[in-house]
Design a protein around this ligand. Structure first.
Ligand code: ADP
Length: 164
């Protein structure tokens, strides 16, 4: 069986990510969500906060077989080290495509043992990204259509901390 990984920032995890997780797990019967510590981004949540949020949400959804891991290295090095052979990425719009294609090609050139599989976003979530969630939350907006209920207060708390 292939070892399948879904890497991303998940800062925070959204219903769009969860839709991809459910569908990828259904397709492959194996999935590890890999939380990346992206050095170019200034994250709202630490890696360990993101991991605990994802674990709790997956438990609530009954997706206990989906694993969660973290990675600080290049993705190809992570894949080599852990034996992962399939990378899942979600595509929302044509604007995602150029960048995602380039990364998939670079990864394959660097490590032939890895293939990237793109899943098209569900229509319901094509507008949704972690940055939309952060933007709405920063103005005290309603984010209940974007993220699972129990992480809403965790996101709101980040902005309350920033204001004080
Ligand atoms: P990254 O910083 O690696 O892009 P993200 O957490 O923003 O991390 O996204 C991780 C993956 O999830 C990417 O492949 C992204 O395209 C996908 N994704 C994010 N939001 C959605 C969504 N609403 N529908 C489908 N895929 C999504």
């Amino acid at each position: 069986m292939s070892k399948v990984i879904y890497p991303g920032s998940f800062d925070p995890i959204t219903f769009g990510h969860l839709d991809i997780i459910k569908r990828a797990y259904r397709m492959f019967g194996d999935l590890t969500v890999v939380v990346l510590n992206n050095r170019q981004k200034n994250p709202l949540f630490s890696v360990s906060e993101r991991v605990s949020m994802i674990q709790k949400v997956l438990m609530d959804m009954g997706l206990t077989a989906v694993k969660v891991d973290t990675n600080e290295d290049l993705l190809v090095d992570y894949a080599r080290r852990t034996g992962a052979s399939v990378v899942i990425r979600g595509l929302r719009a044509i604007s995602d495509f150029d960048y995602e294609l380039q990364i998939a090609q670079v990864n394959h050139v660097q490590y032939e043992g890895i293939e990237t599989v793109f899943l098209a976003t569900s229509l319901n979530y094509s507008y949704l990204s972690s940055s939309v969630v952060r933007e709405f939350a920063s103005y005290g907006g309603d984010i209940s259509r974007f993220v699972p209920e129990h992480i809403i207060p965790l996101i709101q708390a980040k902005y309350i901390c920033k204001e004080t």
